[in-house]
Design a protein. Sequence first.
Length: 113
Amino acid sequence: MGGMDFLYASLVLLHFLSWAIVLGFAVAFLRKGEVPRGLMHAALSALVTGILIVGAREMTGEEVDYIKIGIKLVIAAVVAGLAVVAERRAGGARLLGPIAGLTAVNMAVAVFL
């Protein structure tokens, strides 16, 4: 495995783990009615690693589906924005449902588009 392949694989792994943390935190804390620490960081990490993945693909000349990436970018930005608001404002726990739902939609777009 070359250096760029390792970098790409590492970014994809971090991206998947970040989304898993976002979804897991959102679902696990829905009933508790509180926003878990780290939710915002996981959402921002998923957003940044996704952007880096696209950059790595472009650097290697691999094909990029810009429509799919655009849809995922918008969803990821909304999730990250909701996570920031949820963690910083009182009553932010009401945003956990939309965060979980949009995270699942983003994963579905990744798989089915």
